[in-house]
Design a protein around this ligand. Structure first.
Ligand code: GLN
Length: 536
C-alpha cells in the first residue's frame, strides 16, 4: 500500500511549496523509494491550458498530453519520473466530473453537496495515482494558501482520507514563512501560529512544519513554533532561501526532513542517503566561470515563469557545458517598434538566440526579425514550436522571396501559407485540451545536426500546437538548402527543420524543454549551448 505525504502552505503564496515537495521527493527516491507527486489546484479551470502565461506561468505538458501546472515540471525535473494527467487535479475538473455524474443520473434522488460528493471525487482522484502505478510514497501538494475559500474542499478531503488511511500511513507537512523584521532584528512566528490554528480549525494537525526564511533561524525560533504548533522540535524544518532551486534537496537532507518522514511513515528498508552526485552538480552549477549570454525572445517576458522549462533547460545545458547562462530577456512586441539596425544593436551582445513557443499575432514580426538576424549573422538559433514556425516564415520571405509568407494563424489571406492549420484541427471549436498534445514519435534523418544531437534514429517528444509546416512547400525549401531532419514516422508531418550553412540553426515543432533534467540536459539544448559557447 502506498503511503502519503500531504503538503499545504500558509501565510503567503509563492513559498516554494512545489520545489519543497519535489526536493523531498528527490531525497526519498534516493533513499530507495518509488515516488510520485500529485498537485491539487483549487482554481475552477479544468486545467491551466486556457490560462494566459501572464496569469499562471508556463503550461507544462505531460507525455500523455495533459496540460498541467508548472509545478509538474519541477516534479519531473527533480524526481525524474514521467508524470501523467492524474498527477494534476483542479477544482474545475472535480466539479465537472460531479456535475456530469449528476446529469447522468448517478446520484438519482440525492442532493449533490460539497461533502460528500465533491470530497469523494477528490479522494477518488488521489487514490487513482496508486491504482495505476506501483508506488511507495505519494506526495500530494495542495495549491493555494490555507485560509483560502477555494482550497477548503481539498483540505476536508485530505482530513477524511488521512482517517481512512490510518496511523503511520500519512504525514502532513505545513510550509509557512517566517519573516525577519530588520527594524527589531527579530524573526516572527505569529503568522505561522495563526496559519496552523486555521489548519487545526479544519481538523488537520500538521506533523511537520517547514519554515521558509531569508536568514538562518535561531533554535529558539524553531522551539517556539514547536511549542505553539504542537509538533516535535526536530520536525520544525528550516527552508532557507537559496540561489538555485537545485540546492533545496541538499537543504532538505541537511535538515533531516527525509529521516522524519521515513520514521513517521514507518517506512522500513530505507537506504542510506547518498546525494554525492547531486552535491557535485550543485557545486558545478555555482562554480562555472565562463558566462554566456542567450537571448530569449518572447511575448511573455514580463513573467519569467512563462518560459520556466525553457529557462531551466538552458541552465541544465549550461551546467553540462560548464558555462553560466545569462538570459537576456527580449520582449518581441517591443522589437516591432525598432528598425533593423536597432534590433541588431540589441542582439549584438548575445551568443545564442531562443524563440520559444507562443500563440497569437502580437510580437510575431519581432521574432521573425530576430530569426533573420541569427541566420544571417551565424548566431546559434534554437526555435521551439512557434520558434520553428518563425524560422520557416523567415526563410520563406527572405530566402525564397515569398513576400507575405505567413502562418494561417496570423494571416488567413496570405498568398504563401507556409504554416497551416493541421487538418484534424479544422473543425475543432472548443479551446481547452484540443490541440495536438503530448508525446509523438519522430524519425530522424541520418547525417543531420539533429542526428548529431540525439545519436539515434527515432525519438519521442511532447507537443502542444494546432499549426504545422505546409507540405506543399517542402520541395521549394529543400531546393534552397533547408533540411527537414525530423518528421513523423510516416513522413507526413515536419517535426524538425535545420539550416546547414550555419554554426547551429535548428528548430522543432515539439517542445524539447519538457524533457530536460538538471543532471541530464536535453540533447538539443546541450548542443545549442555548446555551439553558443564557441561564439565570441
Ligand atoms: N501557435 C502555434 C500553433 O498553435 C505554436 C504553438 C506553440 O508554440 N506551442 O501551432
Amino acid at each position: 500500500m502506498a503511503k502519503y505525504v500531504f503538503i499545504t502552505g500558509g501565510v503567503v503564496s509563492s513559498l516554494g511549496k512545489g520545489i519543497a515537495a519535489a526536493s523531498l521527493g528527490r531525497v526519498l527516491k534516493n533513499r530507495g523509494f518509488k515516488i510520485l507527486i500529485q498537485k491539487l489546484d483549487p482554481y475552477l479551470n479544468a486545467d491551466p491550458g486556457t490560462m494566459s502565461p501572464f496569469q499562471h506561468g508556463e503550461v507544462y505538458v505531460t507525455d500523455d498530453g495533459a496540460e498541467t501546472d508548472l509545478d509538474l515540471g519541477h516534479y519531473e525535473r527533480f524526481i525524474d519520473e514521467s508524470l501523467s494527467k492524474i498527477n494534476n487535479v483542479t477544482s474545475g475538473m472535480i466539479y465537472h466530473n460531479v456535475l456530469s455524474k449528476e446529469r447522468r443520473g448517478d446520484y438519482l434522488g440525492g442532493t449533490v453537496q460539497v461533502i460528500p460528493h465533491i470530497t469523494n471525487e477528490i479522494k477518488d482522484h488521489i487514490r487513482k495515482v496508486s491504482e495505476v502505478n506501483d508506488v511507495d510514497v505519494i506526495l500530494i501538494e495542495v495549491g493555494g494558501t490555507v485560509g483560502d475559500i477555494e482550497s477548503l474542499p481539498f483540505l476536508e478531503a485530505i482530513r477524511q482520507f488521512r482517517k481512512e488511511l490510518g496511523r503511520h500511513n500519512s504525514v502532513h507537512i505545513h510550509a509557512t514563512l517566517v519573516p525577519y523584521l530588520n527594524s527589531s532584528g527579530e524573526f516572527k512566528t505569529k503568522p505561522t501560529q495563526h496559519s496552523v490554528k486555521e489548519l487545526r480549525s479544519l481538523g488537520i494537525q500538521p506533523d511537520i512544519i517547514c519554515l521558509r526564511t531569508e536568514h538562518p533561524l535561531e533554535q529558539d525560533v524553531k522551539d517556539k513554533v514547536s511549542l505553539f504548533c504542537d509538533v516535535e522540535k526536530r520536525a520544525v524544518i528550516e527552508l532557507m532561501n537559496v540561489k538555485s532551486i537545485y540546492e533545496v534537496p541538499l537543504n532538505v537532507a541537511k535538515e533531516g526532513l527525509d529521516d522524519i518522514v521515513i520514521e513517521y511513515l514507518q517506512l522500513t528498508e530505507a537506504k542510506e542517503r547518498d546525494l554525492k552526485d547531486w552535491e557535485e552538480m550543485v557545486k558545478k552549477l555555482y562554480g562555472a566561470k565562463n558566462k554566456i549570454k542567450i537571448a530569449l525572445v518572447g511575448k511573455y517576458v514580463g513573467l519569467n515563469d512563462s518560459y520556466l522549462s525553457v529557462v531551466e533547460s538552458l541552465y541544465h545545458a549550461g551546467l553540462y557545458n560548464d558555462h553560466k547562462i545569462e538570459i537576456v530577456w527580449i520582449d518581441s512586441e517591443k522589437l516591432e517598434d525598432l528598425n533593423e539596425a536597432e534590433i541588431v544593436e540589441k542582439l549584438k551582445e548575445v551568443q545564442g538566440i531562443v524563440v520559444p513557443g507562443g500563440f497569437g499575432i502580437r510580437g510575431v514580426e519581432g521574432k521573425i526579425t530576430t530569426v533573420k538576424y541569427a541566420r544571417e549573422n551565424n548566431i546559434p538559433y534554437l526555435g521551439l514550436c512557434l520558434g520553428m514556425q518563425m524560422a520557416v516564415i523567415e526563410f520563406a520571405r527572405n530566402v525564397l522571396g515569398y513576400k507575405d509568407a505567413n502562418s494561417k494563424e496570423f494571416d488567413l489571406k496570405t498568398e504563401y501559407p507556409v504554416i497551416d492549420l493541421m487538418p484534424d484541427q479544422k473543425y475543432i471549436t472548443n479551446k481547452g485540451g484540443t490541440m495536438r498534445l503530448g508525446a509523438y514519435p519522430c524519425k530522424i534523418k541520418e547525417g543531420t545536426l539533429l542526428f548529431d544531437c540525439y545519436g539515434v534514429a527515432e525519438i519521442s517528444e511532447r507537443h502542444r500546437h494546432r499549426y504545422e509546416f505546409n507540405n506543399e512547400y517542402r520541395v521549394a525549401f529543400e531546393d534552397n538548402g533547408f533540411i527537414f531532419s525530423g518528421t513523423s514516422p510516416d513522413n507526413k508531418l515536419v517535426e524538425v527543420i535545420e539550416y546547414p550553412n550555419h554554426p547551429f540553426f535548428i528548430a522543432s515543432q515539439y517542445h524539447p524543454e519538457f524533457k530536460s533534467r538538471p543532471n541530464n540536459p536535453h540533447p538539443m539544448f546541450r548542443e545549442f549551448i555548446k555551439a553558443a559557447s564557441k561564439i565570441k
